[in-house]
Design a binder for this molecule. Structure first.
Ligand SMILES: [Zn+2]
Length: 1119
């Protein structure tokens, strides 16, 4: 096809690009299923002279470097000179790959891989402004300190409930929330409880898990389930407060009494919030102050020796009397005067608050657009609403980094232990105010690239010799500028047309790819969607099949379409299956659809080519007829067994026969036990939890699906899986193909039309309408000195550099970790270029390029003040969630804790001012690292409660793998919004409160969301009027527990709350089903699982306890 035909003209570059009205922005308030046709990308191949230069005859083109692309997979053509030296064929991200869990210094040598000789970079164009001013630096450097040693008072929730066994038995009646959909039978069988593996006896259970690291050395107490900071001299130790009511209407009394000496911090702790950062470095009692600047001799061990060497060391004397906080309150304890009981608890308001950090960032950075022109700028937090202006670096919506200032040497990096990673969302959806990347068409010559490293032309390339040549900013190679691309330079050495060309002035843009970038040297056909519907007994009985067929009739009008195209180019096909497969001929010329049955599932073939994949509009009558007939045809089915792998195989073969890429939408209900390839057995075994074999629960039970996935990737066949299980279906195995093909998995446990229709329909609509890039290959290039070494996400890798994605949608991220292989240069910084080659939904082959320049530092302090904790947590969670495939979960958790302690200890040692060891000093940018890390540690994958099924864990594990930073942020630390505290008139979202039971007032109503779940919690003493307005009943007792829809009532409160729920749902890529929870109701336990600052029922530490533990770990490292 002629690539210039399909895209409409657009205004010249340099003028404001109109927002394409049809661009489907479902995560920015766009209503899924609305009438606006999705028009994915703004094209930029219009009649602009500068962009459509056809090379004059006889002019040599940029060579198609790699010659003919291999037939199996599309590849970015590349000479591979300096970068192709890695072994082929080892699967990097498949579940069975080996992962090094140990991250301790020295365990992973840096830079050991040989690199072909590369000219060291003399100077690289530095088009950007100066580094941040020292004023900014000072402001950022204000460290926070909190008093360290604290008695291990448990949070009030610790004793709020009976033994966790009651949770297990109660769980059978939880409503289906998606994550914790429990099955009618087989849930939490008594034998598994007897194993003590899932919280039946929290103290015993957590002790072995945490003993190595959590028990203070000086403690003579055998059981110490929650972490305890060493007790300092001058502190008297008190036990836990007696059982407190579950809900307190006001925060507990100030626990740090004015006269209490806490670790050399006289008086009250200053509040942690720093709403105006510049004023934050106040000296208070000599304990607070600007953190000392970087120390020049950071490299030597313990440079600040005097201040650390002289300290008493962690095993502080006199642990006078330790009480097990989980023990039943002892008589002595009850005899203590109430005041003393709480005396030494850490004031929760004095430890870093996620809410405050988020609020501060919103206030400080939400009003100004984020302009990407300055190298190494840390963007606003993901929780802040801001606009982005692309001035040469990719928007943080496309790339976020753990740090925007990379240590110059691998030694420094090893010392700091801060992972260097980028979370990349190449096809991220943008808010309507921001323009989609321009599409640049260089005609037949294709995009201009460096001859050696194959990097694409970008704003950092330096033109020399009057513009006749350019030096590559990645490998320093000097390249000739092709005559058709020549342009003069101005007096600063910049091309005079720099601002007219996206690839010379923007961080993100697209190139139209030439035929050299296409499989088999042939431009691709438009992709196809195949809907494959389980019609076994369960699917029919639950009403799923009827619902789905009805919905598809209208949904087919909303297939993704390109630009202003009138109709989607995507063709569709239909298959139903149970133990056998039924293909349908829906050719437009037929009066009725024809069914063809394939029962030889062992050797799958597609029985028809003509009439299987059709244009929706042409075949509408036949398709409608088919969708009407399917529920009737199978209405009386008795077939309960299903196959699974043959279904995928069939879809993939159909795409292969049609010579196109595409997506399979699989709607599946049960463990595929029918005799066929990929047959599975029920191997769920909760007894494996907390054993060395726990990892097998996350591994696929057969390698067949990996083999199948590999074939799918080669064909550009992406698989989206919708699961409707009534019992264990082995998500770990069934999700292998979706995971490796860039697809999505949705799970609706115990699906019932009346309860789950809304969620399923919403997810399906959003999923079908998603703009997808097909048959994609992503490559991340870096400037000399660092190198991408590891990748996380939903994709397949057949070598160590190319991320292959059968499909990639706008919600999926690929996380890339970098390591040094040489010294970096402060002056030139470090560059990343992510290039994604893909087929658009209209069948156009394109390259999307994102560039990002980072600073490099020789002072550790610069690293610590340019970190982004949210991104760090995203990386660490993905690292850990992959780690559970290969290592015991305990090892994974310990690795995370150790790494976090090392990061913070390195800061303390090298960047913080000398101070008492009793003080915990956290870098300003990382002050939330402990609280967030604790949330990861106690997440269902790493520390499951009794109500979490094996399938839940596998499901969450694969979901998190491709989450972006905003999603992991709210997933691990949910948002808790008071609904009745602010005036009804106020139109802004209510300010969030911390995710802790202490923050709940029984006179109020709260909303909690984490991107997957949505709760409304109703306090027992809420005013009757409020109950009436929101629920339409006259009293608290009449509210139905587990309600999932709020009644539509005509009053301001009802409208406001329903509006808020709608807007929260619109922000998330998956529909969040609502569950109304009443205080003191048994469902409340489900809700409390998400109050992540509290100690969890399954033994997860409270924030305060974890912070104390982290402090102890840090002190051990420093001593
Ligand atoms: Zn190069």
């Amino acid at each position: 096809m002629n690539v210039n035909q399909s895209a409409p003209p657009v205004p010249p570059f340099g003028q404001p690009q109109p927002v394409y009205p049809g661009y489907h922005q479902s995560s920015y308030g766009g209503q899924p299923g609305s009438t606006a046709p999705p028009t994915p990308y703004g094209a930029y191949n219009g009649p602009v002279p500068g962009y459509q230069q056809t090379p004059p005859p006889g002019v040599s083109r940029a060579p198609p470097s790699s010659g003919v692309p291999p037939t199996s997979t599309a590849q970015v053509p590349s000479g591979q000179g300096a970068y192709g030296q890695f072994g082929q064929g080892d699967i990097q991200n498949g579940p069975s790959s080996t992962v090094q869990m140990q991250r301790l210094p020295g365990s992973q040598p840096f830079g050991s891989a040989p690199l072909a000789p590369v000219v060291s970079q003399p100077t690289v164009l530095q088009p950007y402004g100066p580094p941040p001013t020292s004023a900014q630096v000072t402001a950022q450097m204000a460290g926070m300190q909190i008093s360290g040693a604290v008695a291990p008072a448990p949070p009030p929730s610790g004793l709020g409930y009976g033994p966790p066994t009651s949770l297990a038995s109660a769980s059978g009646s939880f409503p289906n929330s998606g994550l914790y959909g429990s099955y009618p039978q087989g849930q939490a069988p008594p034998p598994s409880q007897a194993q003590g593996s899932s919280g039946a006896q929290p103290p015993q259970r957590s002790a072995p898990q945490q003993a190595s690291s959590f028990t203070p050395p000086a403690s003579g107490v055998p059981r110490m389930p929650s972490m305890t900071g060493p007790v300092l001299p001058g502190q008297s130790f008190v036990g836990p407060p007696v059982s407190q009511p579950n809900h307190v209407s006001s925060p507990p009394p100030q626990v740090l009494h004015p006269g209490t000496q806490m670790a050399g911090l006289p008086g009250q702790l200053p509040p942690m919030h720093s709403s105006q950062q510049p004023g934050y470095q106040l000296q208070q009692n000599g304990s607070f102050g600007p953190v000392r600047g970087p120390q020049p001799n950071y490299g030597s061990p313990y440079p600040g020796a005097p201040s650390f060497g002289s300290q008493p060391g962690p095993p502080q004397p006199l642990p006078p009397k330790r009480l097990d906080p989980d023990a039943i309150p002892s008589p002595q304890l009850n005899e203590l005067p109430p005041q003393q009981k709480t005396r030494h608890r850490i004031d929760p308001d004095a430890i870093p608050s996620p809410i405050q950090v988020i609020e501060d960032d919103r206030n400080n950075r939400g009003s100004e657009p984020f302009v990407t022109g300055v190298r190494g700028q840390v963007p606003p937090l993901v929780t802040t609403n801001f606009l982005v202006k692309d001035q040469g670096n990719a928007s943080p919506r496309y790339i976020r980094c753990t740090s925007y200032n990379i240590p110059c040497t691998s030694d420094m990096a090893k010392q700091a232990q801060v992972p260097l990673a980028a979370v990349i969302k190449p096809l991220a959806r943008l808010p309507p105010e921001e323009a989609s990347p321009y599409v640049v068409d260089h005609g037949e010559s294709g995009p201009l690239r460096c001859n050696r490293c194959k990097a694409y032309m970008c704003p950092f390339m330096q033109f020399i010799e009057g513009g006749r040549r350019f030096q590559c900013c990645f490998c320093s190679c000097i390249n000739d500028v092709p005559p058709q691309y020549f342009q003069h330079l101005d007096h600063t050495g910049k091309r005079v047309d720099a601002y007219d060309r996206p690839e010379l002035s923007l961080g993100s843009y697209e190139f139209l790819a030439t035929v050299d970038y296409c499989k088999n040297n042939k431009f691709p056909s438009p992709p196809a969607f195949i809907f494959m519907i389980d019609v076994s007994y369960n699917a029919i009985r639950s009403g799923l099949v009827r619902l789905l067929c009805e919905e598809l009739k209208s949904l087919l009008d909303f297939l993704p379409r390109e630009g202003g195209a009138e109709e989607s180019a995507i063709r569709v096909g239909f298959v139903t299956y149970n133990k056998v497969l039924h293909f349908y001929n829906v050719k437009s010329s037929l009066a009725q659809p024809q069914m063809m049955v394939v029962s030889d599932v062992a050797d799958m073939f597609v029985p028809l080519l003509d009439g299987f994949l059709v244009n929706v509009n042409e075949s509408r009558a036949v398709i409608t007829s088919l969708l009407d007939q399917i529920p009737e045809m199978f209405a009386d089915t008795r077939e309960t067994e299903t196959v699974f792998a043959p279904v995928i195989q069939a879809g993939m073969e159909a795409l292969k026969a049609a010579e196109c890429a595409g997506k399979l939408f699989l709607f599946h209900t049960s463990l595929p036990i029918a005799e066929a390839p990929g047959k599975l057995k029920n191997r769920d075994d909760r007894k494996l939890i907390n054993t060395d074999k726990e990892k097998t629960l996350f591994q696929p039970q057969t390698g067949a699906y990996q083999t199948l996935a590999k074939e799918c990737v080669a064909q550009g066949c992406c698989v989206d899986l919708f699961l409707f299980p009534n019992q264990y279906v082995d998500v770990a195995t069934l999700s292998v193909v979706p995971q490796l093909t860039g697809g999505s998995v949705y799970k609706y446990a115990c699906f019932q039309v009346e309860n789950d229709q809304e969620r399923f329909m919403s997810d399906l609509r959003q999923d079908v309408q998603k703009v997808v890039g097909f048959d994609a290959v992503m490559r991340v290039r870096t400037s000399t000195g660092i190198r991408a070494i590891d990748f996380f996400g939903a994709f397949y890798m057949s070598n160590t550099t190319d991320v292959e994605l059968a499909g990639l949608d706008g919600d999926k991220t690929v996380t890339v970790e970098f390591k040094h292989d040489d010294r970096l240069n402060e002056e030139s910084g470090a560059l990343l270029q992510c290039a994604l080659l893909y087929t658009s939904c209209a069948g156009q082959r394109r390259l999307r390029i994102h560039n990002l320049a980072l600073n490099c530092c020789t002072q550790l302090a610069d690293l610590y003040r340019n970190c982004e904790t949210d991104t760090l947590i995203n990386y660490m969670a993905k690292f850990a969630y992959r780690g559970v495939l290969n290592s015991p979960v305990k090892t994974v958790r310990d690795t995370l804790i150790t790494q976090c302690a090392q990061i913070l200890a390195c800061y303390r040692k090298n960047c913080a001012s000398p101070s008492s060891a009793g003080q915990l000093i956290l870098p300003e940018c990382m002050k939330l690292l402990p609280v967030y890390l604790n949330c990861v540690l106690k997440s269902d994958v790493l520390q499951p409660g009794a109500e979490v099924t094996t399938d839940d864990r596998a499901y969450v594990r694969q979901l998190v793998t491709s989450m972006d930073v905003a999603e992991t942020n709210v997933f691990f630390y949910p948002r808790l919004l008071p609904l009745t505290k602010s005036p009804i008139e106020s139109t802004t979202e209510p300010p969030a409160v911390r995710a802790s039971e202490e923050r709940l007032s029984n006179g109020d109503i709260y909303l909690l969301e984490n991107g997957l779940n949505l709760f409304i919690w109703v306090g027992a003493s809420v005013q009757q009027g409020v109950v009436q307005s929101l629920f339409g009943v006259s009293s608290f007792s009449q509210i139905t527990s587990g309600l999932s829809i709020l009644p539509v009532l005509d009053n301001p409160l009802s409208k406001k709350v329903r509006g808020l729920i709608d807007s929260l749902r619109a922000q998330r890529s998956r529909y969040m089903k609502l569950i109304v929870v009443k205080q003191e109701d048994k469902l409340e336990m489900l809700f409390k699982h998400f109050l992540v600052e509290d100690k969890s029922l399954n033994g997860g530490a409270s924030y305060v306890d974890f912070l104390c533990h982290m402090h102890k770990e840090i002190r051990q490292l420093l001593s």
